[in-house]
Write a protein that binds this ligand. Sequence first.
Ligand SMILES: Cc1ncc(COP(=O)(O)O)c(C=O)c1O
Length: 365
Amino acid sequence: MVNSDIAYRHGGTPRSDLDRFGLPDRPILDFSVNLNFLGPPAIVRDRWGALLETIAHYPPVEGDGVGRYYQEKFHIHLENLLAGNGSTELIYLVPRALGFRHAVVVTPSYHDYERGSILAGTRVTRHALSPESGFSLSNPDALIRGLANADAVWIGRPSNPTGTLFPKQIILELSERCSQTRFIIDEAFIQFADNWEQESLLTQALRPNILIIHSITKFYALAGIRLGGIVGDKNLIARLKRAKEPWTVNGVADAIAPLLLHSAAYEQETRIANAKERERMFHRLEGLDGITPFRPSANFVLCQWTRTRTLDHLLHHLLSNGMYVRDCRNFPGLEANFFRVGLRSPVENNQLISLISSFPDGRYE
Ligand SMILES: Cc1ncc(COP(=O)(O)O)c(C=O)c1O
């Protein structure tokens, strides 16, 4: 069983590492962030004046604009959807509203599945995947055995920070074989994946024991706006609605969601640019001494540092020169010097590669 660890464990904290190393504050090119590197779609800036008009009024109680986005984009019926203040709100709502007693988390994965479960009083155990298998679900039978006494399992697709995209067929088969277990599938990053429309569980017939969590903040680089949704069987969604606070999707966010339906060109540009950078960066990182990258499927690359005995050496070198990556040593299973590179523009990515290439071995022995 997992200890009651309810500390926050998010990235994006270059300042605290600058302090830790006693380095002076300076501008940092932050590769610890994993948002669309094109930034938000232009339509959000263009309409900002009109969006401001919404702030004097209460928004719809349940995020009607977000509902429209999911209805039109994914053809989801409103009875199968609940909008949230980012997917984070929904990650915390699910175990609380559905009263899970025991949840299994497939790890390494996003820490808030465990934190949300623990705060809801749920007992948490882990199904740990190994780097040797490329963090794939190589032993589904072992997972099924682990689910024997569990009423829920959390799975990220693609998983953060590993970047693994577990095959849809495996998830569907598991959910059939374990029909009494709720499968909470986090597709926060799915739109970055190749062939995402075929890959996503959002675009296919719903199953009674699968809930799909989705984020609008990653693909559209709207992390500060907070937008997301959960999709599933109407009875489960109704139970979630009964337990949720009203008005958590604010008026600006709710007005932005339907605007995103007019961003096809931006979406296409994102997919092309992201796929190109993902492939290119994977190979560039693979070519560096002492770095093992893992096959990515979203907009970030998990790597292991083996050039010196501690990742602190790389972090120190990068921060001293104005760059930062996500230290992943606080993810269970990634303590052995794993880090994550969020994709940025080609020019910035090249800057990171050349800075890592210039790692001064002699200085860190
Ligand atoms: C895998 C995963 N799911 C969900 C979230 C939450 O995102 P948001 O609340 O912005 O939708 C994150 C944020 O980093 C994440 O990495």
